[in-house]
Design a protein around this ligand. Structure first.
Ligand code: G4P
Length: 525
């Protein structure tokens, strides 16, 4: 493809992830989007109960019910003039570091909040990671068909708990059983609830008022909404595209994913405002890789091992940062300097109608991997070496002591451990004095996967003893005295031999800082 085509293709891409707390409605809204994209014929009926010990994606359920090909984790579809990539960020028991790393591969995030519950813990955690990247975040306040919290409160909570300005794009008229519609501030129209087609939109005049007969009988809720809209127009955060682009303001949309209310308006506005693939900075250099650069480059943000013991293969997920991916192309793996041919690749399509598809910057490709790749690896074509910045390490919150069940299996234990740690499946620590192994993770599933893979891939049973959830704090080795350690603040070292304390709880950490006020503790994230 020539330069112009490449630019056009890249500009069509919109790559994002949906972040939310379990049950807020991520699966339901994803389904609605697929419906608009023409991938599925109806939406709103999938029971999205997450099943299976190793559910690799929240979308498996959709895949099963719909018989469409969702090769886990990435879904691509076409809507309007855009090619959309949605990356999955599992929220349930399958929460893991992968979830966080996936957020390194997107250009925008959609935050789905249950309007009855407000901001919940998992959303907060994921938000923190997205915020650090400074990418745009769009908020969908879901489940308006149920009685929820005061919309003004929900917006205020964004600022209070997440420290981000919320800018209302539409406003509910009623709620729950009394839901009548939305006052669509961004498009200056009303959107009526339980009406299909374009009939559901009523234009407003330049004063933001209805000229024709008002079909909303419950004058009360309409008047109240008008009053609140006036209030937020006067005193609320003003729409500011620069702030949105930098992730300092989030456009807020209300709606109900289950009844497909407000989702289309949301998706359309989102696609208008969300950025095309962004440029990527290189490690230790000011050099920028632009998405429409001719040479191909990308980085591995996730490695997913096949849980089927008959197939040892793994898939390395690559976010393309520049150029075009062509099957069979030769690339250089920056870490080793070796050239490899990418024959065995999979693109993530849910739209069966299109068979030939080009993958360009913004897209994700899955490379079948026999052990060549590590998380964070850069691959590129051309003579000029490219290396993207390291992916951040996430501070684990759960810890386990781990040993081989059978002492005779030490060799496979160490081999498996080394490889799985390299792959980024878990984080490894050692007790400071005894060198016993401790594993750290951000979610329980990581331990289960580790145990399973040690047995299936390395033929080694492991015994794990939970230490529970801990607060990890690194400490300056100069200030360290091993006698500071106790069971409530276990002293360990990380892979780079840097010492850290694992505090039992906030209380233990406070106690420590009071006792040793000069010792500086840092968290990585
Ligand atoms: P998740 O992926 O974020 O975990 O959430 P998911 O879409 O699976 O939705 C969780 C539950 O919430 C589902 O109910 C779903 O139908 C419901 N839900 C999603 N959006 C809305 C909405 O706009 N309004 C209402 N009223 N419900 C919504 P479920 O799996 O059937 O569970 P249950 O409700 O029967 O317990």
């Amino acid at each position: 493809m020539d330069q112009k085509q490449l630019e056009q293709e890249v500009n069509k891409r919109r790559t994002f992830a949906i972040i939310s707390h379990p049950d807020a409605g991520k699966t339901t809204i994803t389904e609605q989007m697929l419906y608009f994209g023409g991938v599925i014929r109806s939406a709103g009926t999938v029971k999205a109960k997450k099943s299976g010990q190793f559910a690799t994606s929240d979308w498996m359920e959709i895949e099963k019910k719909r018989g469409i090909s969702v090769t886990s984790s990435v879904m691509q579809f076409h809507y309007r003039d855009k090619d959309i990539n949605i990356l999955d960020t599992p929220g349930h028991e399958d929460f893991s570091e992968d979830t966080y790393r996936t957020l390194m591969a997107v250009d925008a995030a959609v935050m789905v909040i249950d309007s009855a519950k407000g901001i919940e813990p998992q959303t907060k955690k994921l938000f923190k990671v997205v915020k650090q990247r400074g990418i745009p975040i769009f908020t969908f306040m879901n489940k308006l068909d149920r009685d929820g919290r005061d919309p003004l409160d929900l917006i205020a909570e964004l600022e209070e708990l997440l420290n981000i300005e919320g800018c209302a794009m539409n406003w509910p008229i009623g709620m729950g059983k009394e839901l009548k519609g939305l006052y669509d501030i961004a498009n200056n129209r009303l959107e009526l609830y339980r009406k299909d087609g374009d009939d559901r939109f009523l234009p407003l005049n330049k004063d933001g008022q209805l000229e024709e007969h008002n079909p909303i009988e419950e004058e009360g809720s309409y008047e109240q909404a008008l009053g609140e809209v006036d209030l937020i127009k006067e005193a609320g955060n003003q729409f500011d595209l620069d702030k949105i682009k930098a992730g300092n303001q989030t456009p807020v949309f209300f709606g109900s994913a289950l009844t497909n209310f407000g989702v289309e308006t949301f998706l359309n506005t989102f696609l208008d405002l969300a950025p095309a693939p962004s440029a990527h900075k290189q490690k230790d250099s000011e050099e920028i890789v632009k998405p429409d650069d001719e040479e191909f480059s990308g980085f591995v943000f996730k490695i997913q091992a096949n849980m089927n013991p008959n197939h040892r293969d793994r898939i390395a997920f690559v976010r393309i940062c520049s150029g075009e991916f062509v099957r069979g192309m030769d690339v250089t793996l920056q870490r080793t300097g070796k050239t490899m041919r990418l024959n065995n690749a999979t693109e993530f399509m849910s739209d069966q109608r299109e068979t030939v598809k080009t993958a360009v910057a913004g897209d994700i490709v899955g490379l079948y991997d026999t052990g060549n790749f590590q998380i964070g690896d850069t691959i590129f074509t051309g003579k000029k070496s490219v290396q993207f910045e390291d992916l951040p390490q996430f501070t684990p919150e759960m810890f386990m002591e781990v040993q081989a069940k059978n002492v005779m299996k030490q060799k496979s234990f160490h081999k498996g451990m080394q490889q799985l740690v390299q792959e980024g499946a878990v984080q490894l620590y050692k007790k400071y004095t005894t060198n016993d192994y401790i594993l750290g993770a951000v979610g329980q599933l990581q331990f289960e996967v580790f145990q399973f893979r040690m047995k299936n891939e390395y033929n080694c049973d492991v015994v794990m003893k939970p230490i529970g959830s801990r607060i990890a704090r690194w400490v300056d080795p100069e200030q360290l005295d091993p006698s500071m350690s106790s069971t409530r603040n276990m002293l360990v070292k990380d892979l780079d031999d840097k010492p850290l304390f694992l505090f039992e709880n906030r209380f233990a950490e406070n106690w420590f800082t009071n006792k040793y006020p000069d010792v500086k503790l840092t968290s990585k994230l």
